[in-house]
Design a protein around this ligand. Structure first.
Ligand code: MSK
Length: 631
């Protein structure tokens, strides 16, 4: 494995994480590394997607001797139904997150817990949705926009409003393929209906619905989650932060914020800076209050406040194992139920806040728009008061920390790209500099690298190794979710990482003063990437599948990732997965996803667990697209 002083090597990182495993063993605590051993090998029927438990005649499992379930459904129908249900879980989760943000916007007021921080973005969206703005109070406009957003979940007629943001060709493709998403809840409910016993078993119909549901997420619920979060909490612009476990500070009250919905973390951050709380922390013997993030909540608060990123999905237990965390405060999604019992091995308080994610062995403090300020203050106070219970002698914080520049929203990227040609930051700039860089060959293309960690892959290895390979080949990266944190923890998200790039990308990084891997936010923020590619395609005068751009999730694990994959492919972006979905039990479904869907949307999936081959395949696809464009 290649090493570079700019970056931590995987071995350096893993040696430090291993010390935390020793702590776990001494404490008799359970960690994911231990549970993976207990759960391996995995059930082959489950892995191949050929176990059906949709009705109570089964469960039915497909074998050579039993090629059909009791109802007569074959492997292809079972795999496709399971794939659709997996997608629906992801669509529902992402979109419900978006819905919560819509509700938060609907409750904003000049003197309330939540306010409008980006009125310009609100007015732009109001105009797009034909909401009257002239002479109106900004909060009346916000409430109207939020109401329309909420109606996107259940409106009886029409398709998602944001589809109009795509290229004309994309919109026509979605109509023709009959996957233009209607109301978000309808797509989830229709998918559940289709997979009910005695409904669809035709793979094409089920995969088509999986794509339609995915699109209702990416171009519906997730996009609203992103847009409304920007309106509420501010549109991210580039800012500096730090990443990895060394961000946890032994001298401070440490609070981990973890999950997804910024409505909670924004308030925790606000009250951690409250004078009264800081004084309380000092009176307790700490130097102050230190907030660190995990998973997508981390992305949200890093890109708006520069809050340090302690780590990604498979780092959540490591934070507690340092023994220096007073509270882990969570909202929804990607939270290990293991955090409850693990926290009990230390002084750490595990605080759940959402009716959607209730867990054993946690302190539940229900969080909503009305009580947000009061409860955030109570949570911060509880953490501060817990400082005295920390056993300082047994604290072990790996001294791993790297600089990172984060917060590249579309507005943030445009503002920086413009400096390539204009030498001045201009948020109203265009995507032309990016088009010019790609057509001239200075940049060969771009990869949107996203998604989780998965113990099936050496943690962060695939993310980091693929990034290094692509950078060397002058391919710029846009990142979100836990992929972004993998990069930041290793050291790839600082501007100095330009030294790892080919000459063309290095030059672009110098001119635009950017790191070669651009942090675009959380997993709902993949919608930012969809807008970016569509805007670039419009500027160029081509459709998305022609762009030398691909998507990649090398270590994905969640249902949300499959929903995302479906909307990224449907948007016309070839997508490369390093973990194979539960589809191998059907060659028909596998062929449809990796080949057949190209006829519907102009892009498809590639499944490849060999990271070298996955990287090569991405580069080949990018180069083939360049050749087809004659550049
Ligand atoms: S948090 S969905 S582990 S990216 Fe969005 Fe990370 Fe995947 Fe959760």
């Amino acid at each position: 494995m290649e090493t570079n002083a700019l970056l931590y090597t995987h071995e350096e990182l893993e040696a430090e994480y291993a010390k935390l495993q020793e702590v776990a063993e001494k404490k008799g605590a359970s960690t994911w590394q231990m549970r993976v051993k207990q759960q391996t090998p995995h059930c082959k029927f489950g892995e191949q997607g050929i176990c059906c438990r949709i009705c109570s005649m089964g469960p039915c499992r497909i074998t050579a001797k039993a090629p059909r379930g009791i109802c007569g459904c074959d492997a292809h129908g079972i795999v496709a139904r399971n794939y659709l249900r997996f997608t629906l879980g992801g669509t529902a989760a992402h979109s419900d997150h978006g819905r919560e943000i819509c509700h938060t916007l609907h409750e904003t007021s000049a003197d309330g817990n939540y306010k409008v921080k980006d009125p310009e973005k609100l007015l732009k969206l109001a105009k797009e949705w034909e909401v009257e703005t002239e002479g109106r109070d900004i909060y009346d406009v916000a409430h109207d926009v939020a109401y329309i957003g909420l109606m996107e979940y259940g409106k009886p007629f029409g398709t998602q409003r944001f589809l109009k943001r795509a290229t004309k060709e994309r919109q026509e493709t979605w109509e023709k393929a009959e996957i233009a998403p209607r109301a978000i809840d309808r797509e989830v409910a229709t998918g559940m209906h289709m997979t009910h016993m005695g409904c669809s078993s035709l793979p094409e119909a089920l995969i088509r619905q999986a794509f339609r549901s995915g699109l209702s997420d990416g171009w519906g619920g997730s996009m609203m989650g992103t847009e409304f979060s920007d309106i509420l909490f501010g549109t991210p612009m580039p800012m500096d932060t730090e990443a990895n476990l060394g961000c946890i500070d032994k001298d401070y009250v440490n609070i981990v914020v973890h999950g997804h919905d910024p409505s909670l973390s924004e308030m925790i951050v606000e009250y951690s800076q409250d004078k009264e709380m800081v004084e309380l922390a000092k009176a307790a013997g700490a130097k102050g209050i230190n907030i660190v993030g995990v998973c997508c909540t981390s992305n949200e608060v890093a890109m708006r406040h520069g809050i340090p990123m302690a780590g990604n999905f498979l780092q959540q237990e490591n934070c507690v194992l340092t023994g220096a965390i007073e509270a882990v405060v969570v909202d929804v999604q990607c939270i290990f139920p293991a955090l409850g019992p693990l926290s009990k091995c230390f002084h750490t308080k595990f605080i759940t806040t959402s009716l959607i994610a209730q867990m054993p062995e946690s302190n539940f403090v229900q969080f909503n728009v009305e009580n947000a300020g009061e409860n955030a203050k109570a949570i911060v106070k509880e953490a501060v008061e817990n400082f005295k219970n920390r056993d300082q002698e047994s604290v072990y914080i790996p001294q791993l920390k790297k600089k990172a520049t984060v917060g590249y929203s579309c507005e943030g990227i445009v503002s920086r790209l413009d400096t390539v040609t204009n030498s001045q930051v201009d948020v109203t700039g265009t995507w032309q500099p990016l088009v010019d860089c790609i057509t001239s060959g200075v940049l060969r293309g771009a990869v949107a690298m996203v998604g989780c960690n998965n113990p099936k892959v050496r943690a962060d290895y695939a993310h980091v190794e693929l990034m290094k390979k692509l950078l060397k080949n002058d391919i710029i990266l846009v990142l979100s979710g836990c992929s972004a944190q993998a990069a930041a923890k290793a050291g790839l998200m600082c501007k100095e990482a330009k030294e790892l790039c080919g000459d063309g990308l290095k030059r672009v990084c110098e001119l635009a003063d950017i790191p070669p891997v651009l942090h675009m936010g959380s997993c709902v923020d993949i919608s930012r990437m969809m807008l970016l590619v569509n805007e670039v395609a419009k500027q160029w005068g081509i459709d998305v599948p022609q762009l030398p751009v691909v998507g990649c999730a090398p270590e994905w694990m969640s249902e949300k990732a499959v929903s995302i994959g479906n909307y990224v492919v449907s948007t016309g972006i070839d997508t490369f997965l390093g973990v194979i979905p539960y589809t191998e039990g059907s060659d028909v479904v596998t062929d449809l996803l990796t080949n057949g869907v190209k006829d519907w949307v102009g892009a498809s999936f590639t499944f490849e667990t060999d990271i070298e081959k996955l990287g090569d395949a991405m580069i080949e696809t990018i180069e083939a697209k360049r050749t087809a464009l004659g550049i």
